[in-house]
Design a protein around this ligand. Structure first.
Ligand code: NDP
Length: 288
């Protein structure tokens, strides 16, 4: 079998077009665009690129994009004060605190200061709790993107055996909660899991969120299973810098029914889901 390649870029473009159309309708009704504020502390080069890309995508969707760039020496109190201001600003529907941050800032404390109704990254403990107990809320973008890709690929989740490799608060845990809501039977594997290969071989769907290049081998995949590769790993190969996932793509694509490539799979979905979360936040806030 040769797997169908799940084109994350195409799915993200489609989702962004839907979001832009709903944003236009929101502007007509409410006389203002949904607003996303990004707070960046310090000069981490990768973060600067992410923030620039998020800003461009926000504007392309017809939303208001606000960037707050603070120097690396900014104190935690200054960051908390800025978040407080954004919480009170009626033009702002989403607040994103770009990670990583300098060591003297407690990122968890900042994230938990964000108004849960504006926490478009879904990292706030209130939203994590709401996800766990089955309430509405704002949920993490990368896990939401994984679910959209599975739906677009026509993968049936109800009753399916899903193995999630990785248990981070960013990806592994929230994607597990989303899958439970869809009535999948979910196993979460991590660095202490015994015989990971055998655990993966049981799965109708494997979601890899580990951060180890090509760790998941082709013969760990049950023939016909779907594979979602969240990993983004930069490696040197053949004298070139390459981005690869957590799955040995070439080998897995020979046995899976559908698979996401890296890059061009889960990656583009994250910003698309961030924009959708910002719109959702604006719509909910407008109803209050
Ligand atoms: P973390 O480092 O926070 O978590 C990694 C998880 O993998 C941990 O639960 C860890 O287990 C587990 N793990 C590590 N080694 C092994 C192993 N040998 N066997 C089994 N499990 C193992 O990473 P994130 O969840 O933040 O990110 C995972 C990957 O996804 C990274 O490559 C990251 O770059 C990428 N990513 C991509 C995004 C996108 O937009 N596409 C967004 C976010 C992340 P333990 O808990 O026991 O330590």
């Amino acid at each position: 079998m040769t797997a169908r390649i799940i084109d994350g870029k195409a799915v993200a473009d489609k989702l962004n077009a839907e979001t832009a159309a709903k944003v236009a309708a929101f502007v007509k009704t409410h006389g203002r665009a949904p607003g996303l504020a990004v707070v960046l502390v310090g000069e981490d080069p990768a973060s600067q690129v992410y923030v620039r890309n998020k800003g461009k995508a926000t504007i392309a969707a017809g939303m208001l994009s606000v960037e707050h760039k603070l120097p690396a020496e900014a104190s935690e109190a200054e960051v908390l004060a800025l978040v407080g201001k954004l919480n009170d600003d009626p033009k702002i529907d989403g607040i994103l605190f770009q990670l990583p941050v300098p060591k003297h800032i407690n990122a968890d404390r900042v994230i938990d200061t964000i108004d849960p109704a504006k926490d478009v990254d879904g990292f706030n403990v209130v939203n994590a709790g709401r996800l766990a107990v089955g309430f509405d809320g704002l949920f993490p973008c990368t896990p939401l993107g994984c679910l959209v890709l599975l739906d677009e690929a026509g993968v049936k989740l109800e009753g399916a055996e899903v193995v999630v490799v990785g248990r981070s608060n960013l990806v592994g845990k929230p994607v597990t909660q989303l899958l439970l809501r869809r009535n999948a039977t979910v196993t979460i594997a991590h660095s202490r899991t015994k015989d990971l290969a055998a655990v993966c071989r049981r799965a109708d769907v494997v979601i890899a969120a580990v951060g180890r290049p090509r760790m998941i081998q082709g013969d760990w995949i049950k023939p016909g299973a779907a594979v979602i590769d969240v990993g983004i790993n930069r490696i040197e190969e053949g004298g070139k810098n390459r981005l690869v996932g957590d799955v040995d793509y070439d080998a897995a694509a020979k046995v899976a029914s559908a698979i996401t490539p890296v890059p061009g799979g889960v990656g583009p979905m994250t910003i698309a889901c961030l924009l959708r979360n910002t719109l959702t936040s604006a719509e909910r806030r407008a109803k209050r």
